[in-house]
Ligand binder design. Sequence first.
Ligand code: AMP
Length: 210
Amino acid sequence: MKIILLGPPGAGKGTQAEILTEKLKIPQISTGDILRAAVKAGTPVGLQAKAYMDAGDLVPDDVIIGVVKERLTEKDCEKGYIFDGMPRTIAQAEALDAQNVQIDAVLSIEVPDEIIITRLGGRRTCPECGMIYHTQTKKPSKDGICDACGAGLIIRKDDETETIKNRLETYHKETAPLIDYYRAQGKLKDVGGEYNIASQTAEVFKVLGL
Ligand code: AMP
């Protein structure tokens, strides 16, 4: 099964992708995670991507398309995967089509901007292992400390208020047109984004027939 999770930053794509990964035993492909790892490791891709990410802008399509193409050659992708945060532009979607990647379903998680701003403002990230927490909805057991690896949690630069506003603008301009793109292909499934995690998961499972 090949699934795309589409929606603004903070819609719950990463959380639902993690849950689907467990359920379907296929990997989550998060371009954001891949890029953050590249930045941390100081690879050429990381060096190219950092300034765009810090500003809340999209990393150029050719960089993303190259990174994803390489990731899809790995063995764990054989039975399918869940794209989280990819594609983000029509050009990226067209590149997947051109590579003959057969997507089964595109889940569109729509959430109003005001809710996103509150959600992302409370987001805390582990700089070591990438686990994500929230000051209200997903607290770590020990304040400010990652449950998984014990590192101190941080506010990602791109979760700062001004950057969030830019990311939302970018989403509406560049990414939201993908909703119609995939609707036209008959693959789009709408999922409400204002729920709590459990009811959102229930809806995701329902639209996928799981
Ligand atoms: P995310 O964790 O998915 O919100 O991604 C964090 C940042 O990485 C984004 O704000 C972009 O700068 C960059 N990024 C991630 N995925 C993509 C993509 N598919 N296309 C362009 N930029 C991306």
